[in-house]
Design a protein around this ligand. Structure first.
Ligand code: BV8
Ligand code: ZN
Length: 248
């Protein structure tokens, strides 16, 4: 059982503008591998950062397509965990709550969160690498990467690869909410990937209270006002209970 400092509990009870940035650690208890976790089986020989790039797709579209098809199936069979549900609960208690996620697994939507900014796209959706048209169905033919029905271009996952720009609107909205927030949560992320990792520091610079929930220390830990080391699926429900259910 985590004990939460009284001033954090009071801050949260009064807060009207909160941002939560999440990373792969939030989905770890749903059985999805984090980005830094070693890969297994067929994919053990590859590092994610070597597959999640336009160059990798250009070099071997089938390998990259299959990696995403494997991860899409894992995301489709995964269920939100108590950490996802706690964030959906928090959103109901705070008038302006923005969930900024680096995750592409769609589990925050599945848990009922509404105001979500997906900075790195969503693995469940697929678009054409040539004309950009979204595909609502495609045959998972084992032998070749599916093609666009409109222009016959190769289909690709609708995620942001390394060295690709983040979706302008989502990033602008995330920066705006970060600049205006009173409390900024950084949850389940190693803070290794930019520009998402810069948001916590921008919040701190604007005077927000920064709260980290992570299984291990990160470059943010020493700067955070509050840092809780452990599993988000355990800590977040306890925090929601301490702030909104145990109200004396
Ligand atoms: C960009 C989608 C502008 C795909 C992802 C050189 C040239 C160009 C760019 C760069 C460059 N050098 C650096 C950059 C910037 C680059 C970058 O940051 N590189 C890093 C590796 C140094 N960024 C980009 O390229 C971005 N675009 O900058 O555009 C531009 C344009 C053109 C030219 C130049 C610049 C695009 C970044 C987006 C990449 N796409 N995902 C896919 O999923 O396949 S990023 C990927 O990493 C995932 O989204 C993941 O979420 C994200 C971050 O990782 P984390 O979520 O933090 O996951 P991680 O495993 O690291 O950590 C998990 C943490 O959870 C751990 O700390 C663990 O302890 C903790 N944990 C585990 N279990 C639990 C837990 N915590 C709590 N509870 C638990 N149960
Ligand atoms: Zn097309």
């Amino acid at each position: 059982m985590t004990n939460f400092p009284l001033d954090l509990i009071r801050f949260l009870r009064k807060a009207t503008r909160v941002v939560a940035l999440t990373g792969a650690g939030v989905s770890q208890e749903s059985g999805l591998r984090t980005f830094r976790d070693a890969q297994s089986g067929l994919w053990a020989q590859f590092r994610p950062e070597d597959l999640a790039t336009p160059q990798a797709f250009a070099r071997d579209p089938k390998l990259v397509w299959d990696w995403y098809a494997y991860r899409r199936r894992a995301a489709q069979t995964a269920h939100p965990n108590a950490g996802h549900f706690a964030l959906a609960e928090m959103e109901k208690k705070i008038s302006q709550f923005t969930l900024v996620t680096q995750n592409v697994d769609g589990l925050h939507h599945a848990a009922g969160s509404k105001n979500i900014l997906e900075l790195h796209g969503n693995i469940l959706s697929v678009r054409c690498s040539q004309c950009g048209a979204f595909a609502d169905d495609w045959n998972e033919d084992r032998d070749e990467v599916p093609h666009c029905k409109k222009c016959n271009g190769l289909l690709r996952p609708n995620v942001v690869w390394f060295e690709e720009s983040l979706p302008r609107e989502q990033l602008d909205e995330a920066v705006q909410a970060t600049r205006a927030c009173q409390i900024f949560f950084s949850i389940g992320t190693s803070g290794a990937v930019q520009p998402a990792a810069s948001l916590a520091h921008a919040a701190k610079a604007e005077g927000a209270v920064v709260v980290e929930v992570n299984a291990e220390a990160t470059p943010l830990t020493y700067k955070a006002d509050f840092s809780f080391s452990g599993k988000s699926g355990e800590i977040l429900p306890e925090l929601v209970k301490a702030v909104w259910e145990d109200q004396g």
